[in-house]
Design a protein around this ligand. Structure first.
Ligand SMILES: Cc1cc2nc3c(=O)[nH]c(=O)nc-3n(C[C@H](O)[C@H](O)[C@H](O)COP(=O)(O)OP(=O)(O)OC[C@H]3O[C@@H](n4cnc5c(N)ncnc54)[C@H](O)[C@@H]3O)c2cc1C
Length: 440
């Protein structure tokens, strides 16, 4: 880690999660002077442990694929959902993917990405908290507190371009009051915790003991329950279990009551209770995220870019968060590096970037949320993305949308975009893949 904070830099990145670290890598690889400030000491905990295989194309670009492979994260072949009692299975290999999805420990994964950005030439400072951004001049000035020593040191850094990758705290969108809460019937919060010795769902649709991970590929297991939906993601040493719950269900509950609700739910929900029958809850591991779905109405301007969760958050049902973060980082870094070559076009590049990011988020929201209300779905942008996607990738998304009951609008957009007809036959075949029962 770098030691002395500079007073100026070309690009300053706030936050060292996948969005921030991958933006820093993209810029440093182009020879651009980039400083990244991260408030936590890494490794730090983070939720979001299921990755769908799309993410590899970004790690290839970053040059970090080999390091990820060497880590030995668990490979997953696909997912199984039990949605309103209907069981579906998706295998990535059916859609032409030759590389697997992963179940990752985010503390390890995020640290690996951050170290990689430093190895590519980014100046990375952990335990430096950004407090405020002054955008009144053409070059943003970032005020920080350096918490590394015994006394907290205050300072400022001036930069030509700012990237806000501060995650769900969305520093800049809060400051600029552009953060909008999604107005949707899908008004959820999340509670998640970790278990030791949980069983897992194998690609063979059976339940297996943790020890069988050596011989059986796992899948991500997702199902509905009375109060929302849940995930079960097996990791190398522990298992992540998350309950996504309608907000009003937990209103007024304190921490102890939330934990009691979580443990009680895990012990009574069908399938989940079987998977957890030999498991032990890791005391103190329960976490809670109340402000759940939001977006920044303006994510990019000529001298700043909000990316990853700082720009928006979509219900994680289809595990899009990390790949959205990678995608935003790639387009924002491209816009900034082009703006540095041609400053007169900086506003134009920012507008293009904004458009692409809104397109990607709109696509995720259209897939994940049942209603479109005033929740940041730009229908035309989704349709144009559908038309330009590789057919197998789109087909996977359409089949994924079929796994939950939130899909009608998504299919409607595919019809309007004129891309539905080419899939309907395969779709019917897929439906035959609906599973009658799981053997737990
Ligand atoms: C319940 C839940 C389940 C999820 N499941 C999945 C999943 O299965 N798959 C998936 O792909 N995604 C999932 N996600 C989404 C995923 O976690 C996020 O999309 C992803 O972490 C976004 O990366 P990021 O870099 O934008 O933000 P983060 O990973 O949050 O990183 C932001 C960083 O900024 C730092 N920071 C914040 N404020 C400051 C500041 N003021 N100064 C300096 N640093 C600061 C933070 O310490 C943090 O390290 C899930 C999310 C939730 C809430």
């Amino acid at each position: 880690m770098a030691d002395l904070l500079p007073e100026k830099c070309t690009v300053l990145v706030i936050g060292g999660g996948p969005a921030g670290s991958s933006a820093a890598t993209q810029l440093a690889k182009r020879g651009i002077d980039v400083v990244l400030l991260e408030r936590a000491k890494f490794p730090r905990n983070q939720v979001g442990e299921s990755l769908i295989p799309h993410f590899w194309k970004f790690t290839d670009q970053l040059g970090v694929t080999e390091k990820i492979q060497q880590q030995g994260f668990l490979s997953k072949a696909g997912g199984i959902t039990v949605w309103n009692n209907k069981i579906h299975q998706i295998l990535f290999s059916d859609y032409g993917y030759t590389r697997p999805g992963l179940h990752i420990e985010r503390d390890v994964f995020d640290q690996l990405l951050l170290e990689h950005s430093e190895q590519q030439g980014a100046q990375v400072f952990n335990q430096v908290v950004v407090k405020k951004v002054d955008l009144s001049q053409s070059q943003p000035i970032v005020a920080y507190t350096d918490t590394r020593g015994t006394s907290n040191q205050q300072g400022t850094i001036q930069c030509q371009y700012l990237i806000d990758a501060s995650g769900h705290s969305s520093l800049l969108a809060h400051q600029l009051e552009t953060r909008q809460t999604i107005s949707s019937e899908m008004n959820f919060l999340s509670l998640w915790g970790y278990f030791k010795s949980s069983r897992f769902v194998g690609v063979d649709r059976q339940s297996h003991s943790h020890a069988e991970l050596k011989t059986m590929a796992p899948v991500t297991f997702v199902m509905t329950h009375d109060d929302g939906w849940l995930w079960h993601i097996i990791l190398r040493e522990k298992t992540s279990v998350g309950l996504i719950v309608h907000t009003d269900k937990l209103t007024g509950m304190n921490k102890i009551q939330r934990e009691a609700y979580f443990i009680h739910s895990c012990a009574r929900i069908p399938y989940l209770k079987d998977l957890l029958r030999d498991a032990e809850f890791i005391a103190g591991s329960l976490q809670y995220r109340p402000d759940y779905s939001y977006y920044a109405s303006q994510a990019c301007r000529e001298n700043y870019y909000c990316i990853g969760d700082a720009a928006g958050f979509v219900d994680p049902i289809f595990s899009h968060g990390v790949q959205n973060a990678f995608y935003n980082a790639a387009v924002a870094s491209l816009a900034i590096s082009e703006s540095l070559k041609n400053t007169k076009k900086a506003a134009r590049f920012a507008a293009l970037c904004e458009n692409r990011m809104q397109q990607f988020y709109s696509f995720s929201r259209a897939l994940s949320l049942g209603d479109f209300g005033c929740n940041g779905v730009h229908r035309d942008l989704v349709k144009s993305l559908m038309k330009s996607m590789p057919p197998l990738e789109l087909e996977l998304m359409l089949v994924a949308s079929e796994m939950t009951n939130r899909s009608e609008n998504f299919k409607q957009l595919a019809r309007e975009a004129g891309v539905w007809e080419q899939f309907s036959e395969q779709f019917e075949q897929q439906k035959k893949g609906v599973i009658a029962e799981l053997n737990f």
